[in-house]
Design a protein around this ligand. Sequence first.
Ligand code: SAM
Length: 313
Amino acid sequence: MGKTSKDKRDIYYRKAKEEGWRARSAFKLLQIDSECHIFDGVSKAVDLCAAPGSWSQVLARKLTENYKKALEKGPASKPKIVAVDLQAMAPLEGVIQLQGDITNSSTAEQIIAYFDNSRADLVVCDGAPDVTGLHDMDIFIQSQLLLAALNIATYILRPGGTFVAKIFRAKDVSLLYAQLRIFFPYVYCTKPSSSRNSSIEAFVVCKDYSQPEGYEPNMLNPWMMEDSWDFDKLTGVNRTIVPFIVCGDLNQPDSDMSYPLNYDGKEYKYHEPVQAPIAPPYAEALLMNRKRAEKSVSTFNENNVDVDLSTLD
Ligand code: SAM
């Protein structure tokens, strides 16, 4: 294949090089902005999973434009952009860079430290795992990146702030939307035209960040996977974010209790199971057991011992 074949196949790859973007992904963020206006009034932003840095380039350009416009009206705060990735990134003017894993609490704490007592207006995350080809696995890892990004956002976004993140539109995507809706009244899913149709990637644009009353961000272990996690320490809304609904009449029998056979006052009568398993995986083991038992019975019978084979299953 010649040098130009990728330029022919991928117009955005070609345009990115022509316009000086480090990756074709720049167009995705620009197209999201043209529809959803995510940069309006933004002066502080975090770019999660940022390498090689085209989204950071877009942020640097847009936030500088905002700064210049704001200066025309009076004093304005300088843009602040923090970019993070597992991989090292070549330096970019006006962008603070951190190398680390966003699912790791120490990386998250470093990002939070950069904001000290201030807050970000915008958090973006274009995180994607190295695709394994095992779709369920890739989708799961992608969702964990999104949740890690959301967790970091709950620390540093100002009320009213915006969160934009890559999402895989797969089977359980509604669960992710529901989790996002806990923090953002407006959650949209968008697919920029620069994102290939063949890819299940899309982007969530979540606006107007509002923490549920009493919610406290928690960096200990948002996914409750560490042994040290102590769920009992959580209180109020932090403990029960997701509504839980009990179904069924409380007068019905309790499935965890043992009851006498005549518990309802009626005479007990045994019933066969309505449908026995047709080909249970344990059938072969039972057959082997039975054959072994029959063999030993014949030995017993030589000694006139009576054995009931039905008890052997
Ligand atoms: N938005 C970037 C740009 O415009 O240049 C492209 C991002 S690229 C599609 C996905 C990035 O996610 C990769 O650079 C990868 O290293 C990063 N990534 C994946 N898992 C990560 C993690 N756990 N922590 C930090 N970065 C991660």
